[in-house]
Design a protein around this ligand. Structure first.
Ligand SMILES: *[C@@H]1O[C@H](CO)[C@@H](O)[C@H](O)[C@H]1NC(C)=O
Ligand SMILES: *[C@@H]1O[C@H](CO)[C@@H](O)[C@H](O)[C@H]1NC(C)=O
Length: 373
């Protein structure tokens, strides 16, 4: 007894003295949806094929112009993939790249889209919004993250979506406080300082559409462009913000209590949406993230003792892609339990009967033939 007490004293003292990088707030979730029906566990995602393994790292978001693919990677590059070969198109930041310290200057291209005039629009986590010529690689600034929006600079520019006429770009700034390299801290703290923003390419004005979001991530305009969806990652939900009509400026929930924490949203050819989960909330099963949400003191202890990379490794690997109908209900889901083929997916881009799956950290792109499943 006495010995146990003697051993405990220094441990408790250390826990009191050690600094915690985050100040987690109390959050509580509903019980996650049962994985039945459209959410039934399957192995469909394992039918995907890995492409370019070891030739690129962290192709977060993918677009195509014809059969040419473009993606931004963890080493700050924007790549062009043509006839089975990868070409370095350009970069927004400056090398060196590859470490946490380098990331803010190296840059991190995240969301990528094709604008109606055929150029690439890129959201760089550190630098802001850019336009890139897909042939020459010429880069031009659209909006710097240094520009204060309502008195706050952008800390973590994440994803974007553009109207068919090219006039407006909707995009997310995931947090003012935390940068991309600290996304684990952003999620675990539950910080609610993310914003959905609207950039007008003619007036060059930026409007705040939604503020106080917890890790706003992927964004997607609806087929009629009457609303824009935004994944609120930390809250396991997708919000809808109306951009026209009587409800313009209003917002509601599009999908709540998802079976995981959503990353990017992209249109599906059925008129719905592909949503990729960055981590799941299994039911039946145990969701660690839900459990600690109601116990911020556990998060404090964990982050006093472990760094982000170590905590990331404790999150069970499970890859899940959902297809939602246009009303937000579940249409179908593709799973890869343990992430054996598809690992750490961030986006599902549909093109020519296939899903191209990006990842924020894996060294490959996955390609899934939708006809086979
Ligand atoms: C592309 O850029 C990377 C990183 O700078 C470099 O290692 C690689 O050799 C380049 N590839 C080509 C084909 O130039
Ligand atoms: C292309 O479209 C984007 C988005 O609408 C716009 O910002 C950009 O100025 C356009 N570029 C050219 C070269 O017209």
């Amino acid at each position: 007894m006495a010995l146990a007490f003697l051993l405990l004293v220094p441990v408790l003292a250390a826990l009191l003295i050690l600094e915690c990088p985050i100040d987690p707030s109390y959050m509580s979730f509903q019980e996650p949806p049962l994985m039945t029906g459209a959410l039934e566990v399957n192995l469909k995602l394992r039918q995907a094929e890995r492409l370019f393994e070891g030739e690129l790292v962290g192709p977060e978001s993918i677009v195509n112009i014809g059969d040419v693919l473009y993606t931004g990677t963890a080493d700050g590059l924007i790549l062009k993939i043509q006839d089975g070969k990868i070409h370095n198109l350009t970069r927004i930041g400056k090398p060196p790249c590859g470490t946490r310290e380098d990331e803010p200057t190296c840059g991190r291209p995240l969301g990528i889209r094709v604008s109606p005039n055929g150029t690439l629009l890129v959201a760089d986590a550190y630098y802001g919004l850019y336009e890139v010529n897909p042939d020459t690689g010429e880069v031009s600034l659209i909006l710097s993250s240094e520009t204060p929006i309502k008195g706050r600079k952008m800390g973590f520019v994440n994803d974007l979506t553009v109207t068919r006429d090219g006039r407006k770009i909707y995009f997310t700034d995931s947090s003012s406080k935390w940068q991309r390299r600290d996304f684990t801290l952003l999620v675990m703290e539950g910080k609610d300082d993310g914003r959905l923003l609207e950039y007008d390419t003619v007036t060059k004005e930026v409007k705040v559409l939604l503020d106080g979001l917890r890790f706003p991530n992927g964004v997607q305009l609806s087929p009629n462009e009457d609303y824009v969806l935004v994944a609120e990652t930390t809250m396991a939900r997708i919000r809808r913000c109306y951009t026209s009509g009587l409800t313009k400026g209003g917002a509601d929930m599009f999908a709540e209590n998802l079976p995981g924490f959503p990353d990017n949203i992209r249109p599906s050819s059925s008129g719905g949406y592909w949503i990729v989960m960055s981590a799941i909330r299994p039911n039946p099963g145990f969701s660690t993230i839900d459990f600690v949400a109601e116990r911020p003191w556990i998060k404090k202890i964990v982050f006093k003792l472990l760094n982000q990379e170590t905590v990331m490794k404790l999150v069970p690997k499970y890859s899940l892609v959902l297809e939602l109908n246009e009303d937000g209900s579940y249409k179908r889901s593709f799973h890869d339990p343990h992430g054996m083929v598809v690992a750490h997916p961030s986006e599902a881009h549909e093109h020519d009967g296939h899903l191209y799956l990006g990842s924020f950290r894996s060294p490959f792109i996955c390609k899934l033939n939708l006809k086979d499943i």
